[in-house]
Design a protein around this ligand. Sequence first.
Ligand SMILES: Nc1ncnc2c1ncn2[C@@H]1O[C@H](COP(=O)(O)OP(=O)(O)OP(=O)(O)O)[C@@H](O)[C@H]1O
Length: 609
Amino acid sequence: MSLKALVWRVPSWTVPLIAAVAVILMPVVGIESNVQRQLVLICILALIVSGLNLSLGYAGELALGQAAVYAGGAYVSGYLGAHGHTELLVQLAAAVGVALLIGVVTGIPGLRLGHWSLAMVSFFLVLLVPDLLEMFKDETGGSFGLSGIFPATLFGHTLDPREYCIAVTVVTALWLLVLRNLVRSRHGTAFRVLRESPVLASSMGISVFRMKFAAYAIGAIPAGLAGCLFANLDHFLAPSSFGFKLAISILAASILGGSASVYGAVVGAMLLQLGPLESTDFQEYALVVYGLLLLVGGVVLAKGIAGLLELAGKRVERRWFPRPRSAPYAGDLLDGVDGVALDVAGVSKTFGGLHALSDVSLTAAAGSITALIGPNGSGKTTLLNMICGYYRLDEGAIRLGDGELSRVPYKAARAGVARTFQTPTIPPGISVGEAVRSGRYTTQHASFLSAVLRLPSYRRARARDLEESRRVLALVGLADLENEEAVSLPLGTRRLLEVSRALIAKPRLLLLDEVASGLDEDEVDRLAELIRRIRDAGGTVVLVEHNFRLVLSLADKIYVLARGEILAAGSPAEIEAHPQVLTEYLGVKAPEAEQLLQAGGVTEGGQHE
Ligand SMILES: Nc1ncnc2c1ncn2[C@@H]1O[C@H](COP(=O)(O)OP(=O)(O)OP(=O)(O)O)[C@@H](O)[C@H]1O
């Protein structure tokens, strides 16, 4: 076997495992006590930053409350330690409990209110820490700090500083393993989808609130662990350790290290802990420097240092170790394309005083292509959004098959509605295969725990994801691009990728929103062929399109919208010969329309000859 093939047989966790063992061995073989202390502090900071990375870097929610959760974990452990409950495992469990409690209590209102609320709620939480500690000064020591914390024990054995350092590195390594398994699973891709676009996430059946809440609550866990480990380091806790400066330094470490990366948390923590900022000369300027680091990091190092390392790694991979391609898919490419009828009955929608849709009715039969055309602003996208559940109905009803479609977007998606977007929406940092597989996220359940522990239920879902992505990529003709970075593909390929992401969910209704715009002639032909195959296999396709020639060649039935009303409906031949369509939609003056109809000429894009 060649070296290149051998490289891909080595499990991807080998390198981090070797690094973790090396770090854990450092205190085992013996290092100076000040180096031990630095190592513990790096681990503690890396833990806190890793939590922020999950909520900010992966799920896209700025939550600044890690410092407060850290304080919660520290004071609970410190209180236990000062009252003789020194068992480290018990303290860690208590700290995780408190972290989750704080995560839940602040996460629910913060996320429910939306927009910047979580950032604000979590920020105020940090400002509240000194007051809360003062309020409970009998337990926390208030502004004097909490002293008298007994050294931690493990199964009754009191840990000396060297053993404690080993314990801290083991806890950190285990947590980073948990996080790695989570973000490298289908849940990690779903978090990235959410970060890229909540609208996209809900169109794939993902509950935006639940997913963001999960990221925030899980992200609180390592901050709680870090608090516990910190409380047992100096056996003393002072409120000044948990203030605004810490919150900013966590953010700076996350941005600099790379927020969309597990290892970025370690890199960021090392930079901040070992850099000159921790020296006493720099302490008074630390806040200013952290602020500058945030600005510079945000602008120059968009993906942080871990992002740069990843880029270099990918270059080496592409140049020297190209990933072997999967075997061609041998099964039925159109498996599961079973559409059901869509029935839109008397739907109206106003935005303020604007009638975007007035009493619109249409049906789309299974095994047919139904096109929706109309001038800009006529209400096409609004109608698609109504079907997907993004807007409430002012009047009317929308049914899919036998049931009324939910007005909650992720529920409508789970009922079988899949769509593409006018501008392809694809998260950065994932491959074509991962982007396509994200479309199956809610069609097969595998819990967070099963992903973290790589349980059989997770492995089954993963195997099925891989199989299905090979199927749809072969169907749309992108099988060779499975391992390419999705976001950097040309527009035409990204559009096909969106179609495959919609198809992998085995939709009962496929909505294609201006899927041909920006494509060259060859790409349009390939796309048309694909849409026909989906229709012929029994799919229900609704096509919103400006390319009139494509619509005429593809559609079984065409609806023309103008100013929010159905202007005409019929077969392509009927629509092509409809004088009002020519005048309203194609902008032809009435006398010319008569001549044009007699000459029989309409060209692509709705221009008349
Ligand atoms: N969320 C919204 N709030 C207010 N007005 C809206 C909203 N969405 C759409 N509209 C308005 O409703 C009308 C229909 O818009 P819509 O985007 O559905 O048209 P369209 O036919 O899809 O146009 P295009 O072909 O340019 O995409 C427009 O006047 C638009 O400004």
